[in-house]
Design a protein around this ligand. Sequence first.
Ligand SMILES: [Zn+2]
Length: 59
Amino acid sequence: MGFEFRCRDIGMECSFEARHADKKGLLQEIEKHAREAHQMERIPDDLRKKIDRAVRKTK
Ligand SMILES: [Zn+2]
C-alpha cells in the first residue's frame, strides 16, 4: 500500500510517475521532479492543492 502520482493528472504533458509508501515521501519526490523537469524552484500553493487532489492511494 502506498501513494502514487502522475504528472499528467494535473494537466502536464509529462510521463512522470511516482510511487511511495508514504505521502510525505511522495511529495518530496514530486518537488524534486518539479525542480528538475519543470524548473519550479518552489511549487505554488494552487498547484500544491492540485497535486494533493491528484495523489492516489494504491493497494
Ligand atoms: Zn512532470
